[in-house]
Every structure is written in C-alpha cells, then in structure tokens.
Design a protein around this ligand. Sequence first.
Ligand SMILES: Nc1nc2c(ncn2[C@@H]2O[C@H](COP(=O)(O)OP(=O)(O)O)[C@@H](O)[C@H]2O)c(=O)[nH]1
Ligand SMILES: [Mg+2]
Length: 324
Amino acid sequence: MSGVVSRSTPGFRRSFKVPNADALRWFPGHMDKGLKQIESKLSVVDCVIEVHDARVPLSSRNPNFRHTVLGNKPHLLVLNKKDLTDMRWQKEVDERLKSEHGISDVLYTCCKNDRDKNVDQVVPKAIELISQSPRFNREDSEEMNLMIIGVPNVGKSSLINRIRNKVLKKRNSNPVGAEPGITRSVMNRVKVSASPLVFLYDTPGILSPNIKNAETGLRLALCACIKDHLIGIEVIADYLLYTLNKHGNFKYVEMMGLEGPTDNIGTLLTKGAMKMDKYEKRRSHEGYINRPHLSAAAEIFVRAFRDNKFGPVMLDSDLLTNNN
Ligand SMILES: Nc1nc2c(ncn2[C@@H]2O[C@H](COP(=O)(O)OP(=O)(O)O)[C@@H](O)[C@H]2O)c(=O)[nH]1
Ligand SMILES: [Mg+2]
C-alpha cells in the first residue's frame, strides 16, 4: 500500500539490534499450560473465538494453531484494539490472513467503544459459522458453546464483559454487578442467546504468545502482551523510538522535550526525564548527585504509546509489505 509504507529517515537505523535477545529465547512458549486447558475443553466447544491485538495481526499468531489444535472446528478471529492500529492496512491484513493462515472470518473490534457494532456481531457471527459446519460429536446437543481464547492483554476479558453485559441488560434492567454471582452460571458459562441456545464460557483460554524471533517479542512487549521486565523497559522504549521513526511519526519530539527527531534513545530519555522532572540520586566519587531518571522516562514514553498518544500504529507493517 503506497500511502503508508514506512518512511525511513536519512541516517536513522534501518534495522533494530536487540541487545538481550537471549532473554526471549527461554520464553516458555512450548510449555503451554493454557493450550492444554483449552484442549481439555474443546470437545464441548462449538466455536473458538480467538482474540488478537490488531496492531500485531500476524506477529505471535501461530498460523498452524487453527488446524493442528482446532481441526475443522469453527473459528472466528477477532482483531481487537482497532482504535490503536492503522486501519489503512486492513486489506493487506485480510489478504495475508487468508492466504497464509487460511482465515477468512475476521472481525475488527474496539471494546472501549460502547457503540462498536462489530462487538455486537461476535456472537451472531459465531452462530452463523457453527450453523454452516458439521458438528460431529455435538450434533445431538441443542446448545452451542463458545470459548474466547488469546494471548495476555489483548482484550479477552473486556470482550466477554461486553457480551455478558449486553445480555444481562436485555434480560433485566439490573446493572451489572448489582447481583454478584449472577453471571457465574452453571459450569462458568453464561447464556448469550436463547434461540438458538448459546453459551459463552466466562473464563477465557490463555495462549502463550508464539515468539518466533526477538522482534516479535519486542512488538508483543510494546502491546503489553509479555511482561516488560523480560526485555527491559529501556530496550522496549528504544524499539518504540525505532518504530515511530520508521513510520515517520515524530509526535514524540514535543512530548519528550526534543528539538527534533532523534534516533538515539539515550538522548530521548535524558531530555524526556529533564522535561518531566524525573531525577534519581546516584552515588559518585563526589558524593550523591541527581541524574536524569532514564527508566522512569522510558516507562512514561512506552505508556504514552500504549495510551495512544502517538496515534494508531500498525506494528506488523513490514511483514505486510515484504514477503516474510
Ligand atoms: N484501546 C483499547 N484498549 C482496550 C480494548 N480492549 C481492551 N482494552 C484494554 O486492554 C487492557 C487488557 O484488557 P483485558 O480485557 O484485561 O485483556 P485480557 O488479558 O486479554 O483479558 C485493559 O486495560 C483494557 O481496558 C480496545 O479495544 N481498545
Ligand atoms: Mg483477562
């Protein structure tokens, strides 16, 4: 897509060197406890709703997951946090998901927006997919079960709450939470449709992210799908700076008290800490001195990205333009 191809700034880095790639290597993706829990429930699940972060529609999705784990079971991919991603990439994302992941049922959602129409489409779409497919061992059962799964922090609980609250509002006018336990129906599932009879498991299945390489880990860390300390907040901040520069997005300049774009994270964090009055006491041979607090500035910089202060960003744009 010509309009939003990454622009590189002359003299700035064209690739990112990960200083502690080893930290990501031990990430226990293979010891996937969550996957076992999901597999144990699969025999009673009729449609799996996989939630993923729309800023990283390809990174960390295991393209084999659908077929190896689910077989032919209906599967709906929900790309949530669409408010944080650059939706101009939607066509490329859809094409790539179809050609490489075999996925054509995708809904883009924003759980923060009460009026998001696609959130309301999740259950009807799942029912439609189930109705169109053979139900094998479940064909004698009148009820359908839905299960939401995904890696941490993509919005699984938010989506479950949105669906659940809508059903509760319809059923009676009690505000959610007025009757504790009301949603804790039999077997931890909540009825989301009476005709056909459809239930949604109210605890999501948690998948470990599939970290193919260090850069995937950095993207997931930026989206808060893996814990900051695994990589280190200053490295995440550096990757954010590299990413924003790559996208020609220089909104950070003013916020971090810079005179212009920079490719140097040390400069950005030092100036940012000074602007935000963040100092730490350090011992030197002359006694204690106040130094700009770099990790505090890094926290603020990364949080600003997660809070959408720099506008929507498609982190997988290079995967969509290159054939890798
Ligand atoms: N901007 C934005 N934030 C969201 C959206 N959905 C969820 N969140 C936020 O993302 C964070 C993780 O959400 P949560 O539902 O707990 O994710 P889970 O770990 O997958 O269950 C929370 O701070 C939510 O408020 C969305 O569509 N847009
Ligand atoms: Mg949750």
